[in-house]
Design a binder for this molecule. Structure first.
Ligand code: AMP
Length: 186
């Protein structure tokens, strides 16, 4: 049973790659962004809180996200891929505690490395294809990338120090990148 984290900036391809791998290896794909978008769509209490952060490109508060992830992880009957979580050091620490509690561990953290110019181009293209509101405004995109650099990027060091990090070049053909990921986890 493998438990993986897919790490990278907005637009790095985490979702695309995580979906493919989860299907092939029969893992649960836990995308916190997707889960939040469902809450927003259903206008739940959590969705109403999350919406105001998401539309500005800010992070939703840690406690909200952590309990959302814990609810899935604690009931997981197979391995999982975390996509878009943890995104802050407190989230990474909370995940660590949570995994200890349920006697689980992370096997590898896959870091999809993509330069900023390419990220912006991809997000603008995705805005046209998928219509995500947070992809449409260049100011919101800029803010998401800044938030990533300030709050999320430091999480890499945390996993580097645990020797779990694998860096993958996230630029190229989707299938080539997928193969590189599979080689890395084998
Ligand atoms: P994503 O689909 O992963 O790009 O996430 C979309 C938005 O959901 C982000 O810009 C954040 O506002 C919010 N979000 C997703 N995951 C997290 C997380 N782990 N911590 C805080 N906010 C998150």
């Amino acid at each position: 049973m493998a438990n993986l984290i897919f790490f990278g900036a907005p637009g790095a391809g985490k979702g695309t790659q995580a979906k493919m791998l989860a299907q092939e290896l029969d893992l649960i794909h836990i995308s916190t962004g997707d889960l939040l978008r469902i809450e927003v769509q259903n206008q739940t209490e959590l969705g109403l809180i999350a919406k105001s952060y998401m539309e500005k490109g800010e992070l939703v508060p840690d406690d909200v996200i952590i309990s959302m992830v814990e609810n899935i992880v604690k009931n997981a009957t197979k391995g999982f891929i975390l996509d878009g979580f943890p995104r802050t050091i407190p989230q990474a620490k909370a995940l660590d505690e949570m995994l200890k509690k349920y006697n689980l561990k992370i096997d590898k953290v896959i870091f999809l490395d993509v330069p900023k110019d390419e990220l912006v181009q991809r997000l603008l293209k995705r805005a046209q294809l998928e219509g995500r509101t947070d992809d449409q405004d260049p100011n919101v995109i800029e803010n998401r990338i800044n938030v990533y650099n300030e709050k999320t990027f430091p999480v890499l060091e945390f996993y580097q120090s645990l020797n779990k990090l694998v860096k993958i070049n996230g630029v190229g053909e989707i299938n080539e990148i997928y193969q590189a990921i599979k080689n890395a986890i084998n």
